[in-house]
Write a protein that binds this ligand. Structure first.
Ligand SMILES: [Zn+2]
Length: 306
């Protein structure tokens, strides 16, 4: 309850305030409506700022000249990746045919996934983000890198044409360029890489490349097993064991994979004996039989359970 004296005081104060304001600027008419509009605009700005810029993805390691600006960044595993949605936008307009997976290939690391396309097919951004790099890169050819609000970067390589430039803001599904075979490509395809702070994650661990464009989970924990091409095979899909919590991720690290290069005079039993891994385990993790001959220089996966 406000008593009449108080009401009079408020009225006089308001009158005095408007007189002062009016005196300061004749031309400026202060109306309640205009004031309300100002306040509303401020609130809207605040809302959109909160939603879009809750993470300032350009704040650090923003370099539009080099492919990997995270070279000296140390990443500790497991890392948590979060998604706002349960699906992504397909980077290509046709059914996705995977011609080569993340993994070891012809004695080298293949750090992305190859998806078949015809030169000129549209290549689109999988998520909202900002183009960090749109430039020719050795091997990758014409390449677009989009940084997203969850910290991931998606890389679209071997393009024939660009539709964006560095610092462009893109929405999921926006055209980035046209597919092709630029750089070191055997035929036209999209070489898609998923990076976190410069480290390439096996894309199939995060995404299902089927028709429904599903993200495996809104929260995914990535262990170093999913970023090491040498423990994956580019011709075979790695058995998926999704880690939803930090506890699961830490528990899974208790199984470690190591690579052993076969030396002169080695046999499965000698490798087994010297490395404390059973022959059955070597056969299982390398998809071979006890009778399969091994060659000098061959790379074997040894799986340790601690
Ligand atoms: Zn590739």
């Amino acid at each position: 309850m406000i008593n009449p004296n108080m009401r009079l005081f408020v009225f006089l104060a308001a009158l005095l305030f408007s007189a002062v304001s009016f005196g300061q600027d004749f031309k400026k008419k202060i109306s309640i409506d205009a004031l309300n509009a100002f306040v509303e605009e401020d609130i809207n700005n605040l809302k959109s700022d909160e939603a879009i810029n809750s993470v300032d993805i350009k704040a650090s390691h923003w370099d539009t000249k080099i492919y990997n600006p995270y070279k000296h960044e140390k990443v500790t595993f497991p890392i948590e990746i979060k998604f706002e949605d349960s699906s992504y936008v397909s980077p290509i307009p046709i059914r996705k045919v995977i011609t080569s997976r993340f993994g070891w290939r012809r004695g080298r690391a293949h750090k992305g996934i190859d998806i078949d396309l015809v030169t000129g097919d549209s290549v689109r951004s999988m998520f909202d983000g900002i183009v960090r790099f749109a430039k020719y890169s050795p091997g990758h050819g014409r390449t677009v890198v989009v940084r997203h609000y969850n910290g991931l970067e998606t890389v679209y390589a071997h393009l024939s044409k660009y539709a964006v430039k560095a610092n462009d803001t893109v929405k999921a599904g926006d055209l980035l360029g046209k597919g092709g075979a630029s750089g070191n490509a055997r035929g036209s395809h999209l070489h898609l890489v998923i990076n976190y702070k410069g480290i390439s994650i096996n894309p199939e661990y995060l995404f299902d490349f089927g028709e429904e464009n599903k993200i495996r989970s809104k929260t995914i924990w990535v262990t170093d097993n999913w970023v090491r091409p040498e423990v994956h095979n580019s011709k075979r899909r790695t058995k998926l064991q999704l880690l939803h919590t930090e506890e699961e991720a830490i528990a899974s690290l208790e199984t470690r994979k190591q690579i052993y290069i076969v030396k002169r005079g080695d046999t499965l039993s000698r490798i087994s004996h010297r490395n404390n891994v059973s022959i059955a385990s070597i056969c299982k993790s390398n998809y071979i039989k006890r009778t399969t001959p091994i060659k000098i220089g061959q790379r074997l996966v040894l799986e340790y359970v601690f």
